[in-house]
Design a protein around this ligand. Structure first.
Ligand code: ZN
Length: 146
């Protein structure tokens, strides 16, 4: 169940939107992801997008996404979309794995076995996706004038 976003007129909009489970790692991939993020925001917040001041993202440790490339591509897309002033904050999400034996442990390396039973048979509970955590929008009263 997705959390219901709280849209405040000005200030922080708390949202958690999954963007994509990423794979690969070429600059084209990060560019596509940046477009995805902007499309997702435009779709969800069409009235707020023009007043956007900041975007906060979480990038999973094993998402295959290069944080610097995503940051670069997002700025490129924001510039193209006439939003060059928008701040981008990207945080890395640590990976948690769940083993077939039921043990849950933080995964720091894909070659790391389960600390309880030594198996490699596990799945990632976190750390593999990209999330838009929050956005900040400018208050309506503020005008940049001309
Ligand atoms: Zn285990």
């Amino acid at each position: 169940m997705a959390p219901v976003p709280v849209v405040d007129k000005g200030g922080i909009v708390d949202i958690i939107l999954p963007v994509a489970a990423a794979t690969g790692g070429s600059i084209m991939h990060e560019y596509a992801l940046a477009l995805d993020i902007m499309n997702t925001l435009r779709e969800k917040y069409p009235e707020d997008i023009g007043r956007l001041t900041s975007i906060s993202l979480t990038v999973g440790q094993f998402s295959g996404v290069v944080t610097d490339s995503l940051d670069f591509c997002l700025h490129m897309v924001l510039k193209d979309q006439k939003l060059p002033e928008v701040k981008v904050v990207i945080e890395e999400e640590e990976a948690m794995a769940e083993c077939a034996c039921g043990d849950r442990y933080p995964l720091t390396d894909l070659l790391q076995p389960c600390p309880r039973c030594g198996a490699y048979d596990r799945h990632l509970l976190s750390g593999k996706g990209i999330m838009i955590r929050s956005i900040e929008v400018e208050k309506e009263e503020i005008s940049h004038g001309q």
